[in-house]
Design a protein around this ligand. Structure first.
Ligand SMILES: *[C@@H]1O[C@H](CO)[C@@H](O)[C@H](O)[C@H]1NC(C)=O
Ligand SMILES: *[C@@H]1O[C@H](CO)[C@@H](O)[C@H](O)[C@H]1NC(C)=O
Ligand SMILES: *[C@@H]1O[C@H](CO)[C@@H](O)[C@H](O)[C@H]1NC(C)=O
Ligand SMILES: *[C@@H]1O[C@H](CO)[C@@H](O)[C@H](O)[C@H]1NC(C)=O
Ligand SMILES: *[C@@H]1O[C@H](CO)[C@@H](O)[C@H](O)[C@H]1NC(C)=O
Length: 674
């Protein structure tokens, strides 16, 4: 404890001194992982010292690269992502096979450096479905600052980065056991006055204009094609979580790797005329899901090797185990196993920080509300709200009936217009997205029989063999496999017969100069729904608005895109930079899955010995993929993934609006629903 405390204080003076302290430890041959073992809060330099103390094991390196590259054969988007069309060509241009060849040849100082390169390489796709995550490093500790940032618009229209007004309230509640370290780190007369930083204008970050830091983060944060959406990741935001509204710190105040030791800011505090120069240390807090360790050996054994769910299973030998990817899905865990998902992955887990009480909606949640979705009526008596943090996270049936009951309740008590707030909604059940579109809009050509997007799967040789094995040998009598023809309909909505290899013949295509092959066009699989939808529209589309920070992905994109492009529903992004186009969603996909699920398909189809099959993964890793890709609404042969999704309104944030859902909804209603 004494040493830990010493390091914590030292870290206040920044990178150099902390690094030196850690080197001392290493010279003394202390176990660098024992230094952080068993502790809740540590210095990021000490996390790095532990991470960096392991050399690359060539067998592990080649295992990871082989699993990733053979899994990518099932990812629909590999060749598209070599160069995405406009407006994303500037942001998505990654040739993963060249990257893997480069990584194979590269020598790394440590296994951690290798991980950072593999992780960032996949993140450069800016595709939240196709992400490499290794729980040995990603979010083992979360690296925090107590001052989340936001982008505020002044009366004259200029925009400035600010520390959020609620910063101290959030930090003192969430980091009560660590706040004194930050209080003590403030210089001179500011010592102990962390609260006085709340709301301050940020004039520079590490000696550079704030947007240099915002844009540097946009290059490594991944997940969304649009630059504006990745810029927004730097800033704090809120999400409807399963218990109430949670608070996302943003990439400035929360990192999933120990990337920074401290930050130097020049700030202009509220009502002060002179700027202040401050340096605050980042502090790393152990993730609640990290398995405790007390040495290098126990750290590796407990957190870094494959666990149940890392690899798939032969369903003939054992039951369906939940994939290890669930931990990193940007949706709360769901008890429903049989419903298809389209959901984003991220190296950062869902936030467990709570939106401060003053910012939580206080109106009672109306009938129909369920864990990740709540209904409210605004004070005007006519604006209904659906705050929907995820398209999964509850029992499928509870969500389906809750959405209908909630919208009917709103109408019954007088709502004539609707705001759907999908801030940070990372997706979930595909058929819930279709259901919500269908019940709001009513039965029409855009909702019946298809309320989502037609799709295609990748048609590689191993995928074809899986279908062939299933059909020839009846290997999936319980219809549990993705490749079972009985699970899919053709473009006319006709279910494939049990013996039909639906991947034959493949649709051969050239994409960015590479030969590729896809399945025939697949129609919808959600209707008839398992509940009965009303036979009239619940709201007029001109009276519906979808609001988010742009970070609406996957099934959330399927919902927003069909509502906007087919039915004219307006979309709002909150708080974006005004000269950067704001996309109302991204990471569309069609259906997502991961290596472990594909491995179950391969093993159950008795094809694990194929040279095309990935070997079992040896580390505690996850590789996500897009398994089906939705066709575009306005360009029917192209994927919707790289179509433009510009928001109708980029709502400027002011101190009274930031992270205040009720105030945002009032403003949106006043601007777009009069
Ligand atoms: C939010 O949820 C947490 C966890 O269930 C609970 O402790 C807290 O009181 C809730 N806060 C509000 C404002 O409802
Ligand atoms: C700043 O000054 C205004 C006007 O005097 C006052 O209302 C506000 O409370 C002050 N804010 C702070 C943080 O001192
Ligand atoms: C370290 O952890 C291992 C298991 O994780 C445990 O068996 C051992 O007793 C621990 N040692 C100390 C000194 O705490
Ligand atoms: C909400 O549900 C309760 C219990 O079922 C019922 O008594 C009440 O009338 C419902 N309220 C509305 C507005 O539908
Ligand atoms: C894979 O194993 C099966 C029997 O389990 C065998 O029939 C087949 O020839 C093997 N294939 C290869 C490529 O080794």
């Amino acid at each position: 404890m004494g040493l830990h405390r010493f390091l914590a204080l030292f870290s206040a003076f920044g990178f150099i001194s902390v690094h030196a302290a850690s080197e001392e430890l290493q010279k003394g041959n202390a176990d660098p992982c024992a230094v952080i073992g068993g502790k809740k809060w540590v210095a990021p330099a000490d996390v790095r010292a532990c991470f960096s103390s392991f050399k690359v094991d060539p067998a592990i390196k080649s295992n990871i690269l082989e699993v990733v590259s053979k899994t990518l054969a099932f990812h629909t988007s590999v060749n598209y992502e070599i160069r995405a069309p406009e407006p994303f060509s500037q942001f998505v241009h990654e040739d993963l096979f060249k990257d893997i060849a480069r990584i194979t040849e590269t020598k790394y100082p440590s296994d951690y450096d290798l991980h950072v390169d593999v992780s960032r390489t996949l993140k450069r796709l800016n595709d939240g479905h196709c992400v490499w995550i290794n729980a040995c490093y990603d979010s083992l500790f979360l690296n925090f600052l107590p001052i989340p940032l936001t982008l505020l618009t002044e009366k004259d229209g200029s925009q400035n980065v600010h520390i959020v007004p609620e910063a101290f309230q959030v930090a003192s509640a969430e980091f009560a056991d660590e706040i004194s370290v930050w209080q003590d780190a403030l210089p001179g007369k500011l010592k102990g006055k962390l609260e006085s930083l709340s709301g301050a204008k940020v004039l520079s970050i590490n000696g550079r204009p704030p947007f240099d830091a915002v844009n540097a983060n946009a290059l490594i944060t991944g997940s969304f094609q649009g630059l504006g959406t990745r810029q927004n990741a730097f800033f704090s935001s809120y999400t409807r979580s399963t218990t109430n509204f949670s608070y996302s710190m943003g990439n400035f105040a929360q990192q999933s790797l120990p990337l920074a030791d401290s930050v130097n800011l020049v700030i202009q505090r509220v009502n002060q005329t002179k700027p202040d120069v401050i340096t605050l240390p980042y502090r790393s807090r152990i993730n609640p899901v990290t398995v405790p360790f007390n040495s290098s050996a126990t750290y590796r054994a407990n957190n870094c090797v494959a666990v149940d769910g890392t690899n798939g299973v032969d369903l003939h030998a054992s039951g369906l185990a939940p994939s290890a990817a669930a931990k990193f899905q940007q949706a709360p865990a769901s008890p429903s196993k049989k419903h298809l998902l389209n959901v984003m992955l991220d190296t950062t887990p869902l936030s467990d920080v709570v939106l401060p009480p003053g910012l939580q909606p206080t109106a009672p949640a109306l009938n129909g509300s369920f864990p990740a979705g709540t209904f409210y009526l605004q004070k005007d008596g006519k604006t209904g709200i659906l705050a929907l943090g995820s398209f999964s996270g509850a029992d499928f049936d509870v969500m389906q009936s809750g959405l209908l009951e909630g919208l009917l309740t709103l109408k019954e008590i007088g709502a004539t217009q609707l705001i759907v707030d999908v801030t940070n909604n990372g997706g979930g059940f595909i058929c819930i997205a279709h259901w919500l579109h269908r019940i709001i809009i009513g039965p029409k050509s855009t909702t019946v029989p298809q309320a989502g997007l037609d799709t295609k799967a990748r048609d590689g040789p191993l995928a074809r063999q899986i279908v062939q094995q299933i059909t020839d040998k009846n290997l999936d009598p319980d219809q549990e496999l993705l490749y079972n023809p009985l699970n899919w309909n053709n473009a006319n909505g006709i279910q494939f017969p049990a013996t039909d290899n639906w991947l034959l013949p493949p649709v051969n295509t050239q994409i960015n100069g590479h030969a590729d092959a896809f399945s025939q066009r697949l129609g919808q699989e959600c209707q008839p729904f398992t509940a009965t939808p009303p036979d009239v529209a619940l709201f007029d589309p001109s009276k519906v608005v979808i609001v988010s920070n742009g970070r609406c992905a996957s099934s959330c994109s399927l919902f927003s895109i069909t509502m906007s492009k087919e039915d004219g529903v307006k979309t709002v992004v909150v708080g974006g930079k005004k000269d950067v186009q704001q996309e109302y969603c991204g990471t569309v996909g069609g259906q997502s899955t991961d290596y472990s699920t594909i491995d179950t398909e391969i093993k159950t189809a008795q094809l694990k010995n194929s040279s095309l099959a990935p070997p079992d993964l040896l580390v505690n890793g996850v590789q996500g993929i897009t398994w089906r890709l939705g066709f575009a609404i306005d360009a029917p042969t192209q994927p919707e993934e790289w179509q433009d999704h510009p928001a109708d309104l980029n709502l400027p944030l002011t101190p009274d609006l930031v992270n205040n859902p009720v105030a945002i909804w009032e403003t949106v209603a006043a601007k777009l629903l009069v």
